[in-house]
Design a protein around this ligand. Structure first.
Ligand code: 89V
Length: 344
């Protein structure tokens, strides 16, 4: 199979894991890198054997013969880089959150559609080993009709140590983690009809909110609660684990700490652990998240090769963004948002 050639835009904290993921998947080679601070790109190029570093992204996309571009920058710069790649007819993989507003994301999707290039989102949480298994449990029908679900991400990990720019964002946890958690909620429980959200800021040193609680009224009548916090101190720090609970007419299922899934029905409780694979390039503090990059990229690769469709296309991701940005609107107005009305 032909090896795909790609360039990366952005060589910060996340780029080393993104590149290691592509190497793990195989079949794609990074041939060029651009970063606003060029020395950072040079350092990464040296570590990963990337042959070319550019001071200007446009020149890079013009000079290199590429099959796709991987954008690994902060949210505000995604749109201009996606536009640039689309103009050159290049397929794009972009980090989440795709854009700082739904309108900007819709425009990005529109331009890529017009130019006929795939726009894919590196939305990896739904690819975590225990979350995939939880999905299988729900699809097996063992719980019967699920009437309530809960997706929780609550810890007090010093996330700003590695990603200091997150401190400066006016919109923090719903945009950064909510996009993951709400995407997991969609993946497991389906689409929402209504949404209500409350937010809070506990850490006085940051700009945006670090606590959010979202209540979703689902199309299938279930209620799903998504709660997230970087202000929750627990007996044992569990970053970056996501916990899930589903209650159905015939039983319940729980994804709890340390990747344990417990399924309880009339017949009793069945418990099994579903840990993620360990990669030597992953930061152990981010284990389950870094491991999820691999199946996520495998899935994106089928779309990049034109041999299948990806789960996390930008088109699909608009539905997740509608929830995340609808949640800000709900919190600001203290109102339930009807997601089926236009303009949300
Ligand atoms: O994937 C992310 O959005 C990151 C995390 C905290 C998991 O590293 O911000």
């Amino acid at each position: 199979m032909k090896e795909l050639r790609f360039a990366i835009i952005g060589t910060g904290f996340w780029s080393t894991f993104q590149l290691s993921g592509w190497n793990q998947v195989g079949g794609a080679r990074c041939v060029a890198a651009y970063n606003r601070t060029q020395e950072k790109a040079e350092r990464l190029a040296h570590d990963f054997g990337i042959p070319a570093v550019y001071a200007d992204p446009e020149t890079m996309l013009e000079k290199e013969s590429l099959d796709f571009v991987d954008i690994i920058t902060d949210v505000d710069t995604h749109s201009p880089f996606v536009h640039l790649a689309a103009e050159k007819g290049l397929p794009v993989v972009c980090q989440k959150p795709l854009a700082p507003s739904l309108e900007i994301a819709e425009k990005m999707v529109r331009i890529c559609r017009e130019k006929g290039v795939p726009l894919l989102v590196n939305e990896n949480f739904r690819w975590q080993t225990p979350i995939r298994q939880f999905h299988r449990v729900l699809r097996s029908g063992v719980l019967g009709r699920v009437f309530r679900g809960k997706v929780q991400y609550a810890n007090s990990f010093p996330v700003f140590d590695n990603q200091p720019f997150l401190k400066e964002l006016d919109q923090f946890i719903l945009a950064d983690i909510g996009t993951h958690i709400l995407d997991v909620a969609r993946f497991l429980f389906g689409e929402a009809k209504t949404l209500y959200c409350r937010i809070d800021r506990v850490d006085p040193e940051i700009r945006g909110e670090d606590v959010a609680t979202v209540v979703l009224g689902m199309e299938n009548a279930a209620t799903v609660i998504c709660d997230m916090s970087y202000a929750t101190r627990m007996e044992k720090e569990r970053f970056p684990e996501t916990f899930v609970f589903a209650e159905g007419e015939k039983g319940s299922a729980e994804l709890g700490p340390d990747y344990w899934i417990r399924v309880t029905t009339e017949e009793g409780t069945h418990a099994k652990r579903y840990p993620p694979p360990r990669y030597n390039w992953a930061d152990p503090a981010y284990d389950v998240v870094h491991a999820s990059i691999v199946p996520c990229q495998e899935n994106l690769m089928t779309a990049l090769r034109g041999i299948g469709s990806a789960e996390t296309t930008a088109e699909d991701n608009l539905k997740t963004l509608r929830l995340a940005y609808g949640a800000y609107e709900s919190a600001a107005l203290n109102q339930v948002i009807n997601l089926q009305e236009p303009g949300v």
